[in-house]
Design a protein around this ligand. Structure first.
Ligand SMILES: [Zn+2]
Ligand SMILES: [Zn+2]
Length: 355
């Protein structure tokens, strides 16, 4: 038998077990990575609960990772043993209608590493060498494990295409905080954040990512508040980063005539939100969506982190050993003040990051 490793396996919905499993075997186009850090994401919660990609269980989840290259397939180029890498988790076929058009995120055979194939809540993970990006030493260990969520934010920012002096509303203050930071980087003004957690709004305020922070529980009409702050016309761009029908309905009303709503928050499949087509036709409003980061977004996020154009570190709470993953999943479900917990297979004791 080959070498074994520790891994957290989601065996069935709500059933996770720390097991000894074989270290992944790589082919000529893959690399083996020794996992250093892997962030826990909302998608991991959904996989654990059997609400997302349940057909792929049993599975080792974990897709927000970085590690050290341990073994390199024969065909790999520009990557060597000992490199510090993150990997684009998108696995596409390259031959379907959408891939041929270059719309890889729409691939008809789209899967993601750590969501549909075994991921990084384990000592080792494998990835295609073409998906790997070397991380410079200037990017700290926690931010390196945060590259994947930031690529999704970057893709959303490009889709939204706000520019100098655009007014932007960001609904939601999880990843929304970084959407606001990205809008600020692009010169947007004003930037308005709305949310229902005062602790998260206060954190966003401390980070200085926006100009106005509205707690939706403290105002009668959040749409009216946004209108007030945008000269009565509404915002040029409204980015939804919560994922509920109610917040989408707010977004459709907050956007000015000629403006655009950017759909980022994932509403469970089958749920619908209402909007008034008249408003969109006569008001020439637009609605766009973006679902994940892919390809060169990885290089761009690494670049932004290297040059400190964006600092996600205030969002980081704790780093935990692999053994505590299941309890951390429960914690994330109930404690809304925690934004990001990382798992490190190399540590034995939970540690606070921002202390
Ligand atoms: Zn994620
Ligand atoms: Zn394809």
């Amino acid at each position: 038998m080959g070498k074994m490793m520790r891994a957290q396996v989601v065996e069935a919905p709500n059933k996770m077990a720390l097991k000894q499993v074989p270290v992944p075997e790589i082919n000529e186009d893959e690399v083996l990575i020794k996992v250093k850090m892997c962030g826990i994401c909302g998608t991991d919660l959904k996989i654990y609960a059997g609400l997302y990609a349940a057909d792929y269980l049993p599975l080792i989840s974990g897709h927000e990772f970085w590690g050290i290259v341990e073994q390199v397939g024969k065909n790999a180029k520009g990557i060597k043993i000992g490199d510090r890498v993150s990997a684009d988790i998108c696995l596409t076929c390259g031959t379907c209608y959408f891939c041929r058009r270059g719309d890889f995120l729409l691939c008809e055979n789209f899967t993601q590493l750590g969501i549909h194939t075994n991921g990084a809540f384990a000592e080792y993970v494998k990835a295609p060498w073409k998906n790997c990006y070397v991380i410079p030493s200037g990017v700290d260990d926690y931010s390196a494990a945060f590259i994947e969520p930031m690529t999704a934010v970057l893709q959303g920012a490009k889709s939204m295409s706000c520019t100098i002096s655009s007014s932007v509303v960001v609904i939601g203050c999880g990843l929304g905080i970084l959407h606001a930071a990205m809008a600020k980087l692009r010169g947007a003004a004003p930037i308005i954040m709305t949310g229902d957690s005062q602790a998260r709004l206060d954190l966003a305020k401390k980070m200085g990512v926006a100009d106005y922070f509205i707690n939706i529980n403290e105002v009668d009409d959040v749409v009216a508040e946004v209108k007030k702050l945008t000269g009565g016309v509404g915002a040029d761009f409204v980015l939804e980063a919560v994922g509920t029908p109610a917040t989408y309905e707010q977004a459709f009303k907050m956007v000015r005539r000629g403006g655009a709503v950017e759909a980022f928050g994932v509403v469970p499949q089958g749920r619908t939100a209402q909007f008034e087509p008249y408003e969109f036709v006569l008001g020439e409003k637009k609605l766009r969506g973006s679902c994940a980061g892919i390809g060169n977004n990885w290089a761009e996020v690494i670049n932004l982190l290297s040059y400190k154009r964006i600092d996600p570190t205030p969002l980081f709470s704790d780093v935990i050993p692999l053994e505590e993953l299941e309890s951390a999943l429960h914690e994330l479900k109930t404690n809304k003040e925690i934004i990001k917990i990382f798992v490190s297979p190399e540590i034995t004791k939970r540690t606070k990051i921002n202390k």
